[in-house]
Design a protein around this ligand. Sequence first.
Ligand SMILES: *Cc1c(COP(=O)(O)O)cnc(C)c1O
Length: 406
Amino acid sequence: MEDIALSYFVIKYFMEKSIKTYLKTAAKDYTSRSVNPPVVRASTILFKTMEELRKHQKDIAKGKDVEHWDYGRQGTQTSVQLQKMLRGLEEAYQVFLTPTGFAAVALSIMSICRPGDEIVISDGVYRPTQKLTDDLLKEFKIKAIWYNPNNFNDLKNKITKKTKLIYVENPGSNTFEMNELGKIVSLAKSKNIFTAIDNTWATAYFFKPLKLGFDISITSATKYYSGHSDVMAGTVAVNKNVYKKVWWYNHVSGYRLSSDDAYLIIRGLRTLDIRLEKHQENAKKIISFLKTQRKISKILYPYKPSSREFKLLKKYYSGASGLLSIIIKSKNKKSVYKFVNSLELFGIGYSWGGFESLAVYTDPVELGIRRYFKLEKNEHLVRLHIGLEDPKDLINDLRRSLKFIK
Ligand SMILES: *Cc1c(COP(=O)(O)O)cnc(C)c1O
């Protein structure tokens, strides 16, 4: 099979230009006069002759990097441009596109695991991932074994002859535990186990999992790639090791990202660097304020230089994003709700990664999705997404609303 992904184009780019320039110049349309690629909406793709159609089929079977597919479900000129762009960003062999971020999680796990296999999975993962592995996959005789993300030895001790996949989300969803990613990759390689990581929090802009040695890097493109809370998409970046497995499951699963949505992700990616740098800068300013507040007992975010989390961040990541949690100590839960309700600049709702700030109260212990994370009595967790508003206004909003906590 030909090396379809790290094409000369991408390699050349990384030798000569920075990622910031890459995001502006990839997926340009050089065939028409517009700066951006066209949105091609298509189910049927037409060929001039039967011979041309057959040749195209053969090229695809050989894994050639075709500019268009033979049927809309496989992709269009628009989604092919997004795939190319993401291959460069992730430095991946190939990137598969899915209609939501969660479909990217499902595609990854279903591509690798079969009845009788075990998945050793981080306790910090996103709730729907827990439902998929613990509830649905159990019915297919695939067992999820949970490890403590703060303790590498716990993970190591849970590996058996049946372990097929180590699945990580870093940092943990809502609870922000940091894994020892390098050790996980080395362990997996020594035992021929596949590795997948949900990298939505940092994105490939701050951390490239495949370069560290992960087989699969998952991103909910709904979040920072889109950046505007107006589209849903997911990406699965793979190395050569798992390419065929993911290609096969993708081929028979019917996942497809629409061309309009693929276009919006290309558009979002143009400013990914600028937005992420600003989310990071704003988050740092908000944290400087939050850590002076006595009603807040803990900030879950890798920011304290002496902490294990910060050291792990520095080891593997070039930056941190705008999502964090705060732990509030209060005997009065209603007053914590009042704090969230009183925020004027923070919307209340799920998802994140858009330009706007968000706040949501959540209790991972009560939801039954954490085996190792504990909240003490009278502790409450509020997740904050720090948006691109002026941080001074965000701090004033937080200061004013924190007064309601009793
Ligand atoms: C949001 C999210 C997903 C799912 O993405 P959707 O696009 O909402 O389906 C997966 N993983 C993480 C870490 C997320 O935050």
